[in-house]
Design a protein around this ligand. Structure first.
Ligand SMILES: [Zn+2]
Length: 90
């Protein structure tokens, strides 16, 4: 989530752009601001989701994967496609 201050600032910027600029330019700028917001949101979501995953790696070919602690503990590390051996927790 964006903090309230950033959300407020971006909202003010969008309103200012819409009021002061040529409509086409304002729309282009608003769309760019939306792209930036989506990128920030996606980055935050990715960070939140990857934080729960543990990295495992094949010591033979260095294949990297991520797996949850729950599955590591209940079923074990995934097997690498190169040799069908359990991958190592990094
Ligand atoms: Zn491998």
């Amino acid at each position: 989530m964006l903090d309230a201050r950033t959300t407020r600032r971006l909202t003010y910027e969008v309103i200012a752009l819409a009021e002061k600029r040529d409509p086409v330019d304002a729309i282009n700028d608003i769309e760019l601001a939306l792209v930036e917001l989506r990128e920030r949101r996606n980055t935050m979501l990715l960070k939140a989701s990857t934080a729960r995953w543990l990295k495992v790696e094949c010591t033979t070919c260095e294949y990297v994967a991520r797996v949850t602690k729950k599955w590591l503990e209940s079923t074990g590390a995934p097997l690498c496609p190169c040799n069908s051996q359990a991958m190592t927790i990094c």
